[in-house]
Design a protein around this ligand. Structure first.
Ligand code: C2E
Ligand code: MG
Ligand code: MG
Length: 434
């Protein structure tokens, strides 16, 4: 057994926690790591105790025993992710699952008599190794590094530990965002919406993926707080919704976007701009008529203003939502279903209401290079869009390989950091008119 655990020189001591209810297992792991005095090793025997420990002090690596009889280790990535989402983590630890491997030949009687060679199935202490690998991939996709090591292969275990000791930890969700929520004063949010002070709209262009020409844009709110700086929509929108001020936000965006559409039109550019709105906003009485009047007054056709239905506030009644969508479409406003694939609700909405467009959620798009099933799902969504004869936009495209992949899957239009980030209004206008 020659593999050495090497720890980056800039950090003398890394904290490693062994999570196991089995004393002997903890002892075995600690013995294997004994060659490395550079780890501070602790044994913790329950998940709840480990969660308390993670809130207090950073842990670099957690080695957890996988066992069909005690599944704490399987819950670990999820618990770490929840702590992180609540802003309670000092640092996101790497996780190593280890267990004894059992292997057996998979026998299918028909195939066996036909002389066909069978594959081996592997379990780790009774847990399917394939299922574990897929769980680890999902954890990695959500930002938590999880590796699997087989107890019978101590060299592999040490190599994994060594590699993780050299791997940077992803930054935990900024406590800034968590704290912001508590720091923000409702009165300030009300005042900002009433006066528009600190509020502005940025635009993210949407592209034809084949020609890379801009075919539209999405308007996104930004709020600069005088003391706390930029407040992201993930913090601002829930507060606005809680205060019941979503219609006020919509009015602000609508006014700004109609103004921008006017400037584009005068420059001879005729692309639509999309505004986000929750179901509750869309159900506001007379919205379609009021919007249409504003567009007519600005001398703009309603088809230039697209409405993206977000999932953040469920409608009070589906009948009311359906009436609003139908009224908007009757006036000529295209209606888009945002974040398709992010939750089950979008599929159910699509089956019950008419839309002009759907937007494939960024999380699904970002998974396309990682999970084979994601490509299949996107192909399926492309098929759905063709079936319903509606436009399709892919969101959250972060690299050029994904653009190629999506094009091959039949997605023609998209937006994302790889194409252009959301930009200030004047930058957007000069870029598009250039
Ligand atoms: P959304 O409508 O799905 O908007 C797309 C979000 O993805 C934007 O985040 C955008 O900045 C971000 N994005 C764009 N390209 C990429 C990419 O390649 N990778 C990644 N990771 N993200 C990308 P933003 O501006 O923070 O907005 C978040 C959400 O807040 C929006 O999601 C929308 O639901 C809501 N929101 C934003 N502005 C408004 C608004 O004016 N009104 C309402 N009701 N909701 C809004
Ligand atoms: Mg949107
Ligand atoms: Mg979206």
């Amino acid at each position: 057994m020659a593999a050495q655990v090497i720890v980056p020189s800039e950090r003398a001591l890394q904290s490693l926690v062994i999570l196991a209810s089995d004393e002997q297992y903890a002892h075995r792991v600690a013995t294997q790591l004994n060659g490395s005095p550079l780890f501070h090793i602790e044994h913790i025997d329950s998940l709840s105790e480990l969660m308390t420990r993670l809130r207090k002090q950073p842990v670099d690596i957690i080695v957890a025993q996988v066992h069909a009889d005690h599944v704490d280790s399987l819950m670990l990535p999820c618990c770490v992710s929840d702590l992180n989402a609540s802003g309670l983590l000092c640092s996101i630890p790497h996780i190593v699952w280890t267990a004894q491997q059992q292997s057996e030949l998979a026998l299918t009687p028909g195939l066996l008599t036909a002389g066909v060679e069978q594959g081996w199935t592997h379990t780790l202490n009774g847990v399917s190794k394939a299922a574990l690998a897929s769980h680890a991939r999902l954890a990695r996709a959500s930002g938590i590094r999880v590796e699997i090591a087989v107890e019978q292969q101590p060299e592999q275990f040490l190599a994994v530990i060594s590699q993780l000791a050299h791997t940077a930890h992803p930054s935990p969700r900024s406590p800034h965002e968590e704290k912001l929520e508590q720091l923000l004063n409702d009165d300030e949010v009300v005042a900002a919406l009433a006066t528009g002070e600190g509020l502005r709209v940025v635009y993210q262009p949407q592209y034809d993926l084949a020609t890379r020409t801009i075919v539209g844009a999405e308007a996104l709110i930004r709020w600069h707080h005088p003391r706390h700086g930029d407040v992201p929509p993930s913090v601002l929108i829930p507060i606005i919704n809680q205060l019941g001020l979503d219609l006020l936000l919509f009015s602000f965006i609508e006014k700004t976007v109609i103004d921008t559409l006017g400037k584009l039109s005068r420059a001879g550019i005729e692309i639509p701009i999309a505004i986000n709105a929750s179901a509750r906003t869309l159900c506001a009485y007379g919205l379609a008529t009021r919007l249409a009047q504003k567009m007519h007054r600005a001398g703009l056709p309603c088809k230039r203003l697209k409405i993206e239905l977000t999932e953040d506030l469920a409608p009070d009644s589906e009948l009311a939502l359906s009436a609003s969508i139908t009224a908007l479409r009757a006036k000529g406003f295209p209606v888009s279903l945002d974040d398709f694939g992010a939750g089950a609700a979008t599929l159910s909405l699509l089956s019950r209401m008419p839309f002009d467009e759907m937007k494939i959620d960024g999380a699904l798009v970002r998974a396309v290079g990682q999970f084979a099933q994601s490509s299949e799902i996107i192909s399926g969504i492309v098929g759905l869009a063709q079936l319903f004869n509606i436009n399709l936009i892919t969101e959250g495209i972060e690299d050029t390989e994904t653009i190629e992949l999506l094009s091959k899957l039949g997605c023609n239009t998209g937006q994302g950091f790889a194409l252009a980030r959301p930009m200030e209004s004047d930058v957007f206008l000069s870029m598009i008119t250039a």
